[in-house]
Design a protein around this ligand. Structure first.
Ligand code: DON
Length: 312
């Protein structure tokens, strides 16, 4: 065990409790009604290193739906299914500076493809690229892929959150029909949305999230078996998007203050990684105006400063 790891294990509960105060500055997402039940004052973290070390603090066992964090992994599966040319015919490589559910830029550019795969429009386009004969088959393939990365075959969709989102997703529906009109979606719109809502509703805890992050930290290799689960080139693409777009239109500030590839979701989860070293899973359901966990971002900022983790 390194000195840093010992300091991390020892200091984590203290740093977590200091960041917990920031939960009071945010509020739980309510536009998906089922998410409003999440405990606003909760904060949990798990950090995994490649040598089976696990550091945790706070409500690390709290289950939460992956929401936008899932977009990193559907992107990877879409790249594995279609290659780079297939994926980048349907989504761009640039941040938007707009909200994650914005439709503004879809009409400002030609061709009207989403700017990147991590905004809602881009992730909906990515869902349409996942191979499978039916939405159920595509969802099963996504689940199998996520389970392998999480090292846990119990990962499943939260059907209540899925139903809640599908019944209220008027904005995502309009985005998707807009994409259909622009020729971005070949498949039936409702079938594409079913796959998208299902992968957003896959439920995990901080440990499972940290394990998924650890595979990315090791360039796609399973840290236990040494097996390549994702080609390194595709992990590099995903990490680049995490830096430029992973925290939505707060990605620039996060790069300056934390400096790690990361992806947030409206359930309050954040997946982050220290390249070659750690996988990190955080949950703190109270969000700031950009949709990122207030206390989760603060905790990552503290740890990055303490251990000089910024990649820049
Ligand atoms: O489509 C949505 O609005 C959600 N299923 C996911 C959005 C999300 O997590 C954005 N995160 N910050």
């Amino acid at each position: 065990m390194t000195t840093e790891w010992n300091q991390l294990v020892e200091g984590l509960p203290r740093w977590l409790e200091a960041s917990r105060a920031y939960t009071a500055q945010g509020s739980v997402a309510a536009y998906i009604p089922e998410l409003a039940h999440a405990p606003a004052g909760a904060l949990g973290i798990t950090i995994m290193d490649g040598a089976s070390g696990v550091a945790r603090a706070g409500e690390a066992d709290l289950p939460f739906t992956l929401q936008s964090i899932s977009k990193v992994f559907t992107l990877l599966l879409a790249l594995m299914d279609n290659g780079e040319d297939g994926v980048f015919a349907k989504v761009g490589m640039e941040p938007t500076g707009d909200n994650f559910n914005s439709m503004l830029k879809l009409e400002l550019v030609d061709p009207g493809i989403p700017f990147n795969p991590l905004i809602n429009a881009g992730a909906i386009a990515i869902s349409s690229l996942i191979h499978g004969a039916t939405p159920a088959e595509k969802t099963e393939r996504i689940l199998a892929f996520f389970r392998e990365l999480a090292g846990d075959h119990s990962l499943a969709c939260n059907e209540d959150v899925y139903r809640s989102e599908t019944q209220t997703a008027h904005r995502n529906r309009s985005l998707a029909y807009f994409l259909k009109a622009n020729g971005v979606l070949d498949a039936d719109v409702e079938e594409v949305l079913e796959v998208y809502f299902k992968h957003c509703s896959i439920e995990a805890n901080c440990r499972q999230l940290a394990r998924m992050a650890l595979v990315l930290a090791h360039d796609g290799t399973d840290p236990e078996s040494g097996r390549e689960l994702v080609p390194r080139r595709y992990v590099r693409i995903a990490k680049s998007f995490m830096i430029t777009c992973g925290m939505y239109n707060e990605s620039g500030a996060f790069a300056i203050r934390v400096g790690l590839p990361a992806k947030s979701g409206v359930s309050g989860g954040i997946l982050a990684l220290v390249p070659g070293r750690y996988g990190i899973g955080v949950v703190g359901p109270a969000l700031n105006a950009k949709g990122n966990s207030t206390a989760g971002v603060h905790l990552l900022q503290t740890l990055s400063a303490e251990f000089d983790w910024s990649i820049f």
